[in-house]
Ligand binder design. Structure first.
Ligand code: HEM
Length: 250
């Protein structure tokens, strides 16, 4: 699925050729969609089955969505699909980039581990509720997302009216790709932009959820990422937990 979504589609750039589906992307997308649809439908069916109601008292997101709209499995499937596609790969890629940055910068990893030990100790894992007391971990998360936003061009947007950006006139209905990767590395804003330096965020109130336009890993405005708060919490807890368990001496 990821490979199909990320593949450049000739039909997107030359719409009059789209119907030919030259690379077979539309065909493969429909096949993947049908597969995913069957998987999620089975999960929904299991939830509504009497058997499940009798054997489980755990409430998960499907139970909540079913309680809100029992007969609307199409929308429930769409929400689950959205969360899978938009939420899992982005968070996983962010964690991977952070790990690779920390491996390449052992002195920063050590400082992070010291913070984890002082806040959480050695006998439990980091949870989301610890993050408020872990400023350095938050800075590591921000700095990783500045350097490696997992959606470097966000999702395509369209101008609703004529507008001017940096001296260029964009006609109405122009497709706009915002290069948040370049924004996060703008040398006019960020000192030594290619250097991994979480300290640049220490003591500063720089928002990464769309309020500060110098760093936009989650986009901004009405179509900005609705999962940003959850993503930052999960992602911080994964990185913190991994570093709580790692021995840097080995
Ligand atoms: C580090 C993790 C994540 C990053 C960096 C990220 C980033 C983004 C970006 C850049 C967009 C497009 C914003 C725009 O074009 O203006 C987006 C959209 C979206 N994200 Fe995330 N995201 C992350 C995690 C999540 C999670 C965990 C969820 C849900 C559980 C989620 C749900 C969504 C949805 C549903 C959209 C589409 C919103 C719309 O089109 O209106 N994301 N995300």
């Amino acid at each position: 699925m990821k490979a199909i979504i990320q593949a450049p589609n000739i039909g997107d750039f030359l719409p009059y050729l789209d119907w030919l589906d030259l690379q077979g992307i539309n065909r493969r997308m429909k096949k993947a969609h049908l597969f995913f649809d069957r998987v999620v439908q089975k999960i929904i069916d299991d939830h509504v089955s009497v058997k499940r109601k009798q054997t489980s008292n755990v409430t998960d997101i499907i139970d909540v969505l079913l309680a809100m709209a029992e007969n609307d499995s199409v929308n429930i499937k769409a929400i689950i699909f959205d969360m899978f596609i938009a939420g899992i790969d982005t968070t996983a890629a962010s964690v991977e980039w952070t790990m690779s940055l920390l491996v390449r910068n052992p002195q920063i990893a050590k400082k992070l581990q010291e913070e984890i030990e002082s806040v959480v100790g050695k006998h439990r894992l980091v949870t989301e509720s610890d993050l408020g007391r872990m400023e350095y971990l938050q800075c590591v998360v921000k700095e990783s997302l500045r350097l490696y936003p997992p959606a470097p061009l966000m999702t395509p947007h369209e101008s609703t009216e004529v507008c001017e950006v940096a001296g260029f006139i964009l006609p109405q209905k122009t497709r706009v790709l915002v290069n948040v990767w370049a924004i996060g590395r703008d040398p006019d804003v960020w000192e030594k932009p290619s250097t991994f330096k979480p300290e640049r965020f220490m003591g500063k109130d720089i928002d990464i959820k769309g309020r500060d336009f110098n760093i936009l890993p989650f986009g901004a405005g009405r179509r900005g990422c609705p999962g940003a708060v959850m993503a930052i919490g999960d992602y911080g807890a994964y990185v913190g937990t991994t570093y709580a368990l790692l021995s840097l001496d080995c």
